[in-house]
Design a protein around this ligand. Structure first.
Ligand code: NAD
Length: 256
């Protein structure tokens, strides 16, 4: 532990498992005081108990729920320095099979969830004249996509646009706004939704030869949340093992 977040209060949304749990663990290691939020009560509580954090059941697609999570962080810890909106859903669905309700649900959690989190955290951060707003975007949408990701890709590209707009609007209050674009990260969600064949295909497509871990992504969030990133705003960090680099499928230089 190097205490890079000592004295900081962080609210992280989407922490019952996967990347969000990894962010919470990494921030706790670095001395942050945590409030955690997730739509899953039992698993969300379990992460919070493990880390000695406050927990609230939250549906981030609902503004009142985002506001309640911010209130919890401030009631427990007296201030709010960092908010991470990581909750996201990625149902595999071709556009021709996507109903308007399916579209709205993905947009509601992934994109409106980011607006809700930022809107709820704005007043306390504005009053403090400081704050870090961080969002989990993706390489899917801003850079690449594959069939079955119409709503998801649109939501994640939308997050990057929102990051730039919010960064500009909030800069005068000392609030920075940034995101992380994970590539393929081995989480419970990916294992449940994609399966072993997809994971093998991805391993073969990633120059570093493996899927990422939640900790790989959490380390980028840690940088953006820390004092080291005090002059960084309105941008995203790609954490993808080089997946975006190849021009074609045949990219490996095998050692002789
Ligand atoms: N795993 C990957 O390869 C990958 C790649 C790029 C981006 N991402 C993004 O990273 C984030 C986390 O992905 P993951 O793979 O860890 O997913 P996951 O499904 O393992 O975990 C997501 C967490 O968010 C919670 N959640 C879902 N809907 C919610 C809601 N409405 N309100 C509050 N919490 C809610 C879930 O309960 C869960 O704990 C998502 O935004 C996802 O789009 C993941």
């Amino acid at each position: 532990m190097t205490a890079r977040l000592e004295g900081k209060v962080a609210l992280i949304i989407g922490t019952a498992r996967g990347i969000g749990k990894g962010i919470a663990q990494r921030f706790a290691e670095e001395g942050a005081r945590l409030a955690l939020a997730d739509s899953e009560d039992e698993a969300g509580q379990a992460t919070a108990s493990e880390l000695g954090a406050a927990f609230i059941r939250t549906d981030i697609s609902v503004m009142a729920s985002a506001e309640a999570a911010v209130r919890l962080a401030i009631e427990r810890h007296g201030r709010l320095d960092i908010i991470v909106q990581n909750a996201g859903i990625y149902p595999w669905q071709l556009i021709e099979n996507t109903s308007p309700e399916d579209w709205d649900r993905v947009m509601g959690v992934n994109l409106r969830g980011c607006f809700n989190a930022a809107r709820a955290a704005l007043a306390p951060m504005k009053a403090q004249r400081s704050g870090r707003m961080l969002f989990t975007s993706s390489i899917t949408g801003p850079h690449v996509t594959s069939p079955g990701h119409g709503h998801y890709a649109a939501s994640k590209a939308g997050i990057n646009g929102f990051i730039r707009s919010a960064a500009l609007e909030f800069a005068g209050y000392g609030i920075t706004v940034n995101g992380v674009e994970p590539g393929n990260i081995l989480t419970e969600g990916i294992q449940a939704h994609r399966g072993p064949a997809f994971i093998k295909t991805m391993e073969d497509a990633i120059p570093l030869g493996r899927l990422g871990s939640p900790r790989d992504v959490a380390n980028a969030f840690l940088f953006l949340a820390s004092d080291d990133a005090s002059y960084v705003t309105g941008t995203t960090i790609v954490v993808d093992g080089g997946q975006l680099l190849p021009e074609g499928a045949d990219f490996r230089i095998l050692p002789p």
